[in-house]
Design a protein around this ligand. Structure first.
Ligand code: ZN
Length: 205
């Protein structure tokens, strides 16, 4: 495959990008100067070298000089370890932070499609069950986990995922709650305003 087609194919894998847009991205890059392309290529390489996925919440973070397995939120002893906010994606965390929440997080990495028989294929279900289960944390600080808040989108897939998680987590130990009314139908946490998230958090049930 020639380099133009190969790059277009790589762009086509981006969320929401079709073949035509992917082709346009490549044409755009062809028109830019060499230094722009080098800087872009370098930034992509640095993603591998300078970022890591947190071993606890699974969000991506920039590695500091000290080699760490945990992100700054999971590594912060001042956070309220009794609360675990389950979100669909990394971008949701930034928004929930703005709402004033100071507990911990878990990134599901997606939602479960309505017709799916195998939820574990679409989200980090097993990892969440291990994290949630009190029996797995004898003597561990995670013993302090008291409540899991399901912060899923107010969409059909979000609702479907929430129902499956409520069922799977019901015997894990911590109380399971969901964001209350306030998030309008169809909205995603990533785009909700922080005040709306704060009031949905306060009315969780
Ligand atoms: Zn983390």
């Amino acid at each position: 495959m020639n380099p133009i087609d190969r790059l277009a194919e790589a762009f086509e894998r981006f969320p929401g990008i079709g073949p035509r847009q992917a082709g346009r991205f490549v044409q755009y890059l062809l028109r830019q100067n060499q230094s722009y392309r080098s800087t872009l290529a370098d930034s992509i390489k640095k993603l591998s070298a300078e970022t890591a996925q947190c071993n606890k919440c699974f969000r991506w973070f920039v590695k500091s000089d000290a080699k760490r397995d945990f992100c700054d939120i999971c590594g912060d002893a001042r956070r309220d370890a009794s609360l675990l906010f389950v979100v669909e994606k990394d971008a949701d965390i930034e928004n929930v932070e703005k709402s004033g929440y100071r507990g911990l997080y878990f990134v599901l990495s997606g939602t479960i499609p309505l017709a799916s028989e195998e939820p574990q294929k679409f989200i980090r279900l097993e990892k969440l069950l291990v994290r949630a289960n009190h029996r797995n944390h004898r003597g561990d600080a995670s013993m302090k986990l008291q409540e899991i808040i399901l912060g899923l989108s107010a969409t059909a897939e979000g609702d479907h995922t929430r129902l499956i998680l409520q069922e799977k987590l019901k015997n894990a130990g911590p109380k399971i709650s969901s964001l209350g009314r306030g998030l309008s139908t169809g909205s995603e946490l990533e785009y909700a305003d922080p005040d709306t998230i704060a009031s949905a958090f306060d009315s969780r049930n």
